[in-house]
Design a protein around this ligand. Structure first.
Ligand SMILES: [Zn+2]
Length: 85
């Protein structure tokens, strides 16, 4: 996980410059969401069990739940349903 997180950090920092990002006060929520999504996607790409069974393993389900929670938090924080820009 530590290695994956470092990869995430480099990817995220490279991307953050041209990303049409929201205010910095939301960055922790955004970071949590991006991290959860990255971790989940990395798992789905690398997990042998998920590929072998063609179905999410227990870890995948756990990561997906975190991902969904983080996404909900992000939408709440950014007001995705109420665009003010
Ligand atoms: Zn898996």
């Amino acid at each position: 996980m530590i290695t994956l997180f470092r990869v995430y950090q480099s990817v995220n920092s490279a991307r953050s410059q041209d990303a049409p990002g929201p205010e910095k006060s939301m960055s922790s929520v955004i970071d949590a969401f991006e991290n959860a999504r990255f971790t989940y996607e990395q798992h789905m790409q690398t997990c042998r069990q998920c590929h072998a069974d063609a179905a999410p393993c227990a870890v995948a389900k756990h990561l997906l739940r975190i991902y969904n929670l983080a996404r909900r938090d992000r939408m709440r924080a950014t007001g995705a349903n109420a665009p003010t820009a």
